[in-house]
Each structure stands twice: as structure tokens, then as C-alpha cells.
Design a protein. Sequence first.
Length: 308
Amino acid sequence: MADRRRFIRLTSGKDAIVMYRTREQAAAYLFILPSFVSFIIFVLVPAVMGLGLSFFQWDLVSPIQFVGMENWSDLLENKEALGSIKTTIILVIISLPLTVICGLILALLVNKLPFGKTFFRSVFFIPSITSMVAMSVIWGNMYSKDIGLINYVLSQVGIQPVGWLSNPHMALISIVILGIWSSAGYNMLIFLAGLQGIDESLYEAAKVDGGGGFYIFWKITLPLLSPTLFFISITSIIGGLQSFEAVYLLTGGGPGYATTTLVYFIVNAAFKSFNMGLAATISLVLFMLILLVTLIQWRFQKKWVHYD
């Protein structure tokens, strides 16, 4: 009889634990349900529709027509589309190292400050949360050839005015400078969090062994920051491949097609030329570029990223 009662108590306890865990799981699913539904409606469904649309021709008015691989062949013959791919890759190659280096330098400087860390951290981070529209308007005025602040400063040292937005060779550089300005503060904050997570005893041990500043940075700081550097590299590359706002507001893809990026070309193809099939096709190219770069970084991270 006592064994039977003990069995009933144990069984009831297990049932209670199972019921409690079930209720916890149900609550968790309810919390993630809105995000999951939003992902399906605004990400998954449009992605599948975009994949299907790349095999059709549609101008938002006429009946949709199946064209097979015609959009892909048109893409390979479209010099503007191929140029936008080249321009986007060049933009990423130029901006990635500069953005990462500027963010790291700012983080190292702020981390060494004896006081005022919160103030400078906030000041450098402000551009990252400022509207790109507002920043583009301000920088557009600064880039003005005749009345811009930058050319005025250059004229004071005897340099002729530069057509920052009208010169095909300088327009892309102008976009890169604005991109660095807007993202360096965010990268600084991430690097700063990584720096503050490094054990100070490692630095003390290196100093006792006679290690100098550069040696400590190269052998301790940089390896321990490699996970942070890996994260920033991926997000910076993805952000660079999706560059649009600054191009749209500052240069309009010009002069000529000098600053026409992939996303800007997609918008033009979809809502100016009303060639939704070509826009969907180039969108898939952008997706494949992002996926390829991310997979390559994940593949080679074991050779330089240290998680210990």
C-alpha cells in the first residue's frame, strides 16, 4: 500500500513537471508568434514571389507573362546592371577596411580615456542613429562645389574646388566617406564592448614580460577581438552590398552610372522602368552575393577567429 502511494506521488509529480514545461513552451511560442508571422508575411513570401517573378515579365499593368530564362539573359547583356554589380563590389572593398579601422581606432581611444567615456561614446554613436535622409541633406550641402564647407576649407590651403558629387571619380568616394561617418560609431560601440570584455590580467602579464604597446595589441587585443571583428565584417559587407539611401539622395546613381549600386538599380528597374522581372532577377543576384560572401567568411573563420 505504501509503495502504491509513493508511485502515485511520483507519477503526479512527473505529470506536474510535464504540464509546467508544456505551459512554458506554449507561452514561449505565443511570444515569438508575432515575429514569426511577420517574417513569413514580409520576408519569406516576398522572397519566394521574387524567385518566381524572375521567370516572368510584368509591368504592374499588363498580364503577367512567362519568359523563362529571358530575364537572366537580358541581365547578362545589360551594361548598367553589370556596372551596378561592379560599383557595389568596389564600394564594399573600399569602405569595409576603412569602416572597421575607424571604428577600432575610436574604440581604443575611448577605452583609454580616464574620464568622459560615456560622453564621447554617445557623441560618436549619434551618427549611427541619425536619419540617413537628414545626414544626406547635410553632407550634400557640405559637398557643394561652390558653397560647400569642405571646398571652402580646401580653398583656405590653396586647393581648387572639387566636384565631389559631379566628378565620376569622386562621387563614389563621397558615398564611402558618408558611409564611414554613419557607421564608424556603431562599430566603435561593438569594439568597445569587446575591449571591456578582455581580462586586464593578460595585459599586466604582458607588461611584466616586457611587451610594448604594439606587441600587446597584436598578440592580445586583436586575437581576443577577432569574434567582434568577424561580426562587424559580416554586417559591414551586408550593409555595403545594400547601399541605397545615400546614393539615391546625393547622386541619383550618377554622374552617369558612376554610383549606381545594385539596390538603386533594382529600384529603378522596378518603379521607373516597371520591369519587375528584371528587378526580381537582379535581387536574386544580390541575395547570392550576400550568401556567397557570408559562407566564405564562415568557412575561413576557423583560421583567424579565436573564441577562447
